[in-house]
Write a protein that binds this ligand. Sequence first.
Ligand code: SF4
Length: 427
Amino acid sequence: MASSTYAFAPERYEEQLAALIGELEELSEIDGEGYRRALRRHPKDGRGFFSKSEIIRGFRYLNEALGWARDEAEFVARLRMKPIRTASGVAPVTLLTKPHPCPGRCIFCPSDVRMPKSYLSDEPGAQRAAQHRFDPYAQTLSRLRTYHHTGHRVDKAELIVLGGTWSSYAEPYQLWFVKRSFDALNDFERWRDGAVAPPLTTGLEWSQLGERIDGRHVRRGYNRIVSDHADLHGGGRLAAQTASWNELARTQRDNETATARCVGLVVETRPDHLTAAEVERIRRLGATKVQLGYQSLSDEVLAANRRGHDVASIRRAMRLLRGAGLKIHAHWMPNLYGSSPERDVEDFARIFADPDFRPDELKIYPCSLIESAELMRYWPHPGDPRHPGHRHRRRQPADQLPRARRGRAGSAGAAGAGHPGARGAPP
Ligand code: SF4
């Protein structure tokens, strides 16, 4: 847990904070040199600087403890960090599910066994989730508290559940995950200003899992490693990750009058996992939007990347989601293996030209090459007989190699999301 988030005690710094806040209130704009000068004049512990979240916590504390009765909303709005995050009036809360076997075999997808499939553990959002052992309650509370302490309103929140393929997680786990996220929204007021971290409910430690997958020679794949780890160490903790439909419904009803209310729930999945029954179940969970991995609208490119479904599946999934009134957020990947810049341009045009597609939102993940992805096997490795690519002499166009090496996965993965991949020569 990120204990430092909870450890700050404004009462220890009453004098410094009061002086600092008084000075900030005099500034016409709380930013720039004037702000920095005020920070330097009133250092924390005589050396460091107060962060904006500490100043906001200090303001709230002093307002109450000293009976200041000053306009908190006005002060916080002037100090707010990254106001764009909640500019729509809704605080997005991104949560990651636990590492879990994925039914997909997509060659571009990274396999970091400490993460849900397709995510990389060096991304900040993924690190936050891992710190909380992918526990939905702790993840949600931590995010809400960060928003609150940096001056954002959290009375309306959108829960964005990411990780692998949502539809492949067992139903009791899905119910538990959504219920615990709602529990956190309902309990937010209780934990909002306290100096104590909320307890972890359950969750395995995945960060110490030492195995690393080399996409060029996969001995034990992602699915096997994460299943073995869960079997070996899961025990009662994983068994506790369950809830019933009735429990979920009760928690959702309680949320209707909570301080932090859920106004949107997003899950991500593969097109071929969406049947009428699955879409109905997703609606029953309370989802309002589905992130759907198109990746490509070419059967040939989908097959070359072992995506495991065709374009017809995407059309079917779109019809089902639309029919159920769900918003659709599509993922699309240029630079996939077997494509070309010209084909990508045509593919992109199809997303909007064909009325079967036209998603409400689109996320573009240029494919890049990452060590743990099977796509590494398709990269020419002259002279190394273990690689299927070693026979291939054709190389990437000079401008593509540096781009592919620089590439990093996007923050969201999924149903095939953003990852590595290179437009390599075919095997
Ligand atoms: S891209 Fe999505 S469906 Fe494919 S393996 Fe990765 S997580 Fe699974």
